[in-house]
Ligand binder design. Sequence first.
Ligand SMILES: Cc1cc2nc3c(=O)[nH]c(=O)nc-3n(C[C@H](O)[C@H](O)[C@H](O)COP(=O)(O)OP(=O)(O)OC[C@H]3O[C@@H](n4cnc5c(N)ncnc54)[C@H](O)[C@@H]3O)c2cc1C
Length: 339
Amino acid sequence: MSPFSPLFMNEIRSLGLKDVGFDVPLAPISRWKIGGDADIVVCPHSTTEVAQVVQLCKAHDVALFVMGDGSNMLIDSKGFRGVVMKIGAPMSKIEISGTRVTCGAGIWVPYMAKCLANAGLTGLEHVVGIPGTLGGLVLMNGGSQRKGVGSHVRRVTCVLPDSSIRDYTQEELGYSYRHSALQGAGVVITEVELVLANGDVSQIRRDQIDIMASRRKKFPKNLPNCGSTFLSNPAMYETVGPPGKAIEDAGLKGVALGGAQISPLHANFIVNRGNATSDDVLALIAYTRQTVFERTGYKMDCEARFLTETGEERPAHEFTDADRFDASLLDALISRVND
Ligand SMILES: Cc1cc2nc3c(=O)[nH]c(=O)nc-3n(C[C@H](O)[C@H](O)[C@H](O)COP(=O)(O)OP(=O)(O)OC[C@H]3O[C@@H](n4cnc5c(N)ncnc54)[C@H](O)[C@@H]3O)c2cc1C
């Protein structure tokens, strides 16, 4: 039975959205392949549709979660009681005018990087292998080679929690390493304007091919994962190294808890061996964080974010309190897997 009022259900149906589903399993649309059912999933086709759904959810006090490709999200195995708004292909236009590029927030980042290369625009080669949408990338200030997309963002159009539409400038977005002021602000990014520089098409393509080749060697690709689990911390980087090295030095490469495993290929990746639950991943994060802390004195924070059944969404380590995930009890659950 629907947890929502008949009035809400009537109103959401009467919006006439092209893409709306009820009781939708989230595991297939998240990169970790973990997550129960969402009550409702909508895929808007325009900023106007986004604003209509935001307004309706607010008026009926229904939880709303905005998702791109789910490539940085751990979703509760209990599912999500509310509306998931998936910004994807229907909002993925790209317009290039000189060195200015305007994209819908749902554009697939590797495809955007190829369009930039074809247009001879340089600056964002480093995002070519990041499997997510531009909205997620802009929110996370994602990138590789210690760079972030934020340095090329000129304007971001968002629908605010009160359903009004507002443009943000780069200065207002407070970009720092894997951080933007939009995180936790409850906004929906619908469009992004980027500024790049003119470059040489063949050089840009060569650089992208090199980046892809190096990523293919380093990162696990056969088992579902969410990329880097933990964030690099500059002080820890100087003395201990990046999270992957700290985890490997702690002897944790390959260890498993339930269906979740520290990747034997890259220790900062947690892979789903087939039947992992969100609790398996959270427990493995808690265990890894505590073990590395005991060895190095650094508590690693997560880049991956967790969405609870009731709509709380924050970096995953914030859900690994010691009461629930006591490291000495977890010891008994840890196993070593050879492959
Ligand atoms: C194999 C693999 C490799 C990866 N490598 C990298 C890497 O090199 N560098 C890197 O930075 N990341 C990497 N990631 C992580 C991930 O791809 C990025 O964080 C990506 O930018 C997330 O985009 P998404 O669309 O999947 O966002 P999601 O995972 O769906 O969401 C992430 C956050 O963004 C929010 N969000 C998404 N879209 C919108 C929107 N339109 N408006 C408002 N909020 C929104 C969500 O609410 C959530 O808080 C990797 C992931 C994988 C699986």
